[in-house]
Design a protein around this ligand. Sequence first.
Ligand SMILES: [Zn+2]
Length: 84
Amino acid sequence: MSKQSSRGPAWEALRQAVLERDGYTCAYCGREATTADHVTPKAQGGRDELSNLVAACLPCNSKKQDRVLIRNAGFNPRWLDSLW
Ligand SMILES: [Zn+2]
């Protein structure tokens, strides 16, 4: 079983349910969310279920999953401060 096996129609339905539950708002930065992120990573035993998923925007989701900082020239972290 590869990691990719979780990305099918079932995952899409789950992702949609999480986004609707959280109002399409990223749990990390409050911006518009388009993905679902595992609270407990699958690598640490987290499951594909609503209680273990939160809505997340793509930058926050990729930042967490890959532990790689987003190197996007158009992204300025100070924008996040101004939101609060
Ligand atoms: Zn975010």
